[in-house]
Design a protein around this ligand. Structure first.
Ligand code: XMP
Length: 493
């Protein structure tokens, strides 16, 4: 079967997938392997990514996505030159959890308790390693030690001295640290080198987080991973430098038309300045566009021109490729050279499995996560007429908007300084809608993962990778092209 011909002009709701003989015993996300790659050097346990949109992904969303095994990409929806707000979101994600803290915050034994309290507040950590002037561990000072005591006392007066601490000499693996701490019943384990120099700190709080989120996306230091969108013009190199400094694990050059001279120049400049930094680029929707980016050495390609829920590109320009065809084109063009991110157009959970089968390695979600607690923005109450009862009730809503909507652009640009053409050029390509406010995104993600596991079961596979392989080996066994009547039977409820 010629897969590309079969999907020409088609998107998710043009297909069903034919059920195969099932082999999994339980449709359980804890038991079924859903591992994938976000980008060439960034593996994920779950194939879900939150979109770099200013009404979707700030630290709160990125933290949950990473804890649940996916990834969040912090948007760059701030005014040009206003880099710190984005960097703070990146830093907030990196700060929430650690494995072994390699550079714990420290204080000297002769400093005052007042200074210690100020340091704890400024760094938002509850324990300071006390080190002498040669950085050898002298003790540990925790919040409990500084509570209700005079601020003029010295740190040495209140700390637990080294000889009363459980301390590990030399390197240690996290599970061994956990065992040692359980055995010794301590909440903190300072690490020192052979000369007694401070080498790290392990906290029970971090270990608990590791146990609670076994699929979490973490870096080599046990911190949650996070991406940062940087754009391709204006302050993008400065933004990239600051994001990297704050610990961003991957940069995303996010422009509407990624198969372009602007993109080419941006990739070159980022590579020249930041070398091997993990770099994603997009968006494109054709095989040629994907190959163009892969040839320039990016680590993942973001696919999707116009399928997005907040997107008006196709309405205003008539350009775009239906998302299933776009994914198949891009996958055929790049083979397994580079992972693909299916960005936009997922309106029901079933489309996630489709995007992954038709060529994507991960799925980027905007509107599907809109309105959840972790999205930025205020809740507004709006009156809603309940049809049958003829009653008006107040319902909580949140705003979801395209990054090229007038609202998003107005917030981003200094209108007085903006060139009129600039506004016009962007202005027409995004829309703004109110969506009902709902609970935590964790529940949404849990449902998506359960449904994906069910798709794997129906597809006769034992893992996500297995399902994708089976599909590409024999797409004709799976593809069911719908008629208007069978589409209505499938999706109209
Ligand atoms: P969903 O369907 O998940 O799509 O909401 C999210 C993706 O939509 C894209 N996006 C836009 N596309 N104009 C566009 O043409 C816009 O204003 C806009 N805002 C977001 C983006 O790729 C996002 O990840």
């Amino acid at each position: 079967m010629d897969l590309l011909e079969a999907v020409r002009g088609c998107t998710f709701d043009d297909f069903l997938l034919a059920p195969q003989r099932g082999v999994v015993l339980r449709r359980d996300p804890r038991a079924i392997d859903l591992r994938t790659l976000f980008s060439r050097h960034l593996p994920l346990s779950r194939p879900l990514v939150s979109a770099n949109m200013d009404t979707i992904t700030r630290a709160a969303m990125a933290i949950v996505l990473a804890e649940e095994g996916g990834l969040g990409v912090i948007d760059r929806g701030y005014r040009s030159g206003d880099i710190q707000p984005q960097v703070q979101e990146v830093a907030a994600v990196k700060r929430t959890q650690h494995g072994i803290i390699s550079d714990p915050h420290t204080i000297g034994p002769s400093q005052t308790i007042g200074e210690a309290i100020r340091k704890m507040r400024a760094t938002r950590v509850g324990s300071l390693a006390v080190v002498d002037d040669r950085r050898r561990l002298a003790g540990l000072l925790t919040e409990r030690d500084v509570r209700f005591v005079g601020v003029d006392l010295t740190v040495a007066d209140r700390m637990t001295p080294r000889e009363r601490l459980v301390v590990h000499v030399g390197p240690i693996a996290l599970p061994d640290a956990a065992q040692l701490m359980a055995r010794e019943k301590v909440k903190k384990l300072p690490l020192v080198d052979a000369d007694g120099g401070l080498a790290g700190l392990v906290t029970a709080r971090d270990l608990i987080q590791h146990q609670r989120h076994p699929f979490a996306t973490r870096d080599g230091r046990g911190r949650l991973r996070v991406g940062a969108a940087i754009g391709a013009a204006g302050d993008y190199l400065e933004r990239a430098a600051e994001a990297i400094r704050a610990g961003a694990d991957v940069l995303v050059i996010d422009i509407a038309h990624g198969h372009s001279a602007v993109m080419e120049r941006a990739i070159e400049a980022v590579r020249k300045r930041f070398g091997e930094v993990e770099l994603v680029a997009g968006n494109v929707a054709t095989g040629e566009g994907a190959a163009f980016l892969a040839d320039r050495g990016v680590d993942a390609v973001k696919v999707g021109i116009g399928p997005g829920g907040g997107c008006a590109t196709r309405l205003t320009t008539s350009f775009g490729i239906p998302q299933v065809e776009a994914l198949v084109q891009c996958r055929l063009a790049v083979g397994d050279r580079v992972p693909l991110i299916a960005d936009g157009g997922v309106k029901r959970d079933g489309s996630i499995a489709q995007a992954l089968l038709f060529g994507a390695d991960t799925v980027m979600l905007g509107s599907a996560l809109a309105g959840t607690e972790e999205t930025p923005g205020e809740i507004v109450m709006k009156p809603l007429l309940m049809g049958d009862a003829q009653k008006v009730v107040q319902v909580p809503f949140k705003v979801f908007r395209g990054m090229a909507s007038i609202g998003a652009i107005r917030d981003r640009l200094d209108l007085e300084e903006a060139e009129p053409q600039e506004l016009e050029a962007f202005g027409a390509e995004g829309i703004e809608v109110s969506v009902p406010a709902r609970g935590s995104v964790r529940g949404v993600i849990a449902d998506m993962l359960k449904h994906l596991c069910s798709s794997i079961s129906y597809g006769g596979a034992e893992s996500l990778a297995d399902l994708r392989q089976r599909f590409w080996n024999a797409p004709d066994r799976y593809l069911v092209k719908l008629t208007p009547a069978s589409r209505a039977e499938s999706f109209q409820r």
